[in-house]
Write a protein that binds this ligand. Structure first.
Ligand code: UDP
Length: 337
């Protein structure tokens, strides 16, 4: 905290604002910050977030929730030390359904969140994405790579919104001298992902638990690397407290094909599912793997959780969602139709 709290002053409890605080990553960040002694104000409009993700903090003095669209003016009548801008639809299915809201939260929402941080003299962190690299021609992706994005393709609304957001953050840093951070977040998974959000981790786990075919898009040879949410939280926190204003890739560098991932999910869920090929998605990045040298050297961070252990820690959450609230937890290894 020393960078923000003036030396010599009595230590105060830092206040963090988390936009998108009821979403998958936002709500885990809320948990992390509360556990690290922050007072937390979470803002969400529930377009893709869910009250269940933060309900366990109801009644806590250090936690406050505001239901608001962050593209509208953010007024807070209290000191703020850190602003974490996490609000955005983030799965390809969601942003295909919500292209205008995705563009608005990345542009207008980032503008309002930066305005709040500037007004409060707070430090600002943008949740950016590996999607700024588009369908990358450089592999693995370092932060120096400028990307290969189709602005008018189905992913354009998300990719360009985040690219604009990065440009706006840099403009605020240069023009107003603000302390800003940019995390380029690669595929991350864990409890609280929506079972039907379309992303590969909840899709495959849900299918495997029901012994239904795993829908592999295209030839399944496209690559991804999967970071457990708890590893990411640590990286985000280190980044916020660092003095690194350049973008930093945060993700797990262990790369695999989608087909290999499907096989791993079937094995770990002990499922009888088979694999079902489906048409490839337009502009689906063919390969994605973070080069995390900058995070390693500047933040001393790298993920520690193996895919196997991370999936084992995530599956109970999805199993409960698949079984429904009134079925007994853990009764079956997986769900038989
Ligand atoms: N994918 C798939 N089947 C699914 C969902 C996703 O084969 O049911 C593939 C998708 O084509 C992509 C990868 O899994 O290559 C990761 O997709 P996701 O939607 O999780 O996010 P992305 O990494 O594309 O942003």
């Amino acid at each position: 905290m020393s960078a923000i709290h003036k030396p010599g002053r009595k230590a105060r409890q830092p206040t963090s604002v988390v936009t998108g605080g009821a979403g998958f990553l936002g709500s885990h960040l809320v948990d992390y910050l509360l556990a690290h002694g922050h007072r937390v104000i979470a803002i969400d409009n529930f377009v893709t977030g869910n009250i269940d993700n933060i309900a366990h903090h109801g009644g806590e003095r250090a936690f406050k929730f505001i239901e608001q669209d962050v593209t509208e003016f953010l007024f807070l009548d209290e000191p703020v030390h850190y602003v974490w801008h996490f609000a955005s639809p983030a799965s390809p299915v969601d942003y295909l359904e919500l292209p205008i809201q995705t563009l608005k939260v990345g542009s207008l929402g980032t503008h309002k969140a930066l305005g709040l941080a500037k007004n409060k003299g707070a430090r600002f962190l943008l949740a950016s994405t590996s999607e700024v690299y588009g369908d990358p021609l450089a592999h693995p992706q370092t932060e120096a790579y400028w990307g290969n994005v189709n602005p008018i393709g189905p992913r354009g609304c998300y990719d360009e919104a985040k690219r604009f957001a990065e440009a706006l953050v840099v403009a605020y840093r240069r023009e107003h001298g603000m302390a800003t951070r940019i995390a380029r977040i690669f595929n991350t998974y864990g409890p609280r992902m929506r079972l039907n959000d379309g992303r590969v981790v909840p899709a495959f786990i849900g299918q495997a638990l029901r012994n239904r075919p795993l829908t592999v898009f295209g030839d399944g040879l496209q690559t991804r690397s999967f970071c457990f949410y708890a590893d990411l939280m640590e990286g985000l926190y280190r980044l916020m407290l660092s003095n690194v204003s350049q973008p930093v890739n945060l993700g797990n560098p262990v790369q695999m094909t989608v087909l290999e991932f499907a096989q791993a999910v079937i094995r770990i869920c002990r499922s009888r599912s088979r694999i079902l090929r489906q048409p490839a998605r337009q502009d689906d990045p063919h390969q994605r793997q973070p080069d995390i040298s900058r995070a390693r050297t500047r933040l001393g961070w790298e993920p520690g959780m193996s895919l196997e252990d991370g999936l084992k820690r995530s599956i109970p959450y999805f199993r409960e969602k698949v079984l429904g609230p009134d079925r007994k937890k853990g009764r079956m290894k997986n769900v038989v139709e």
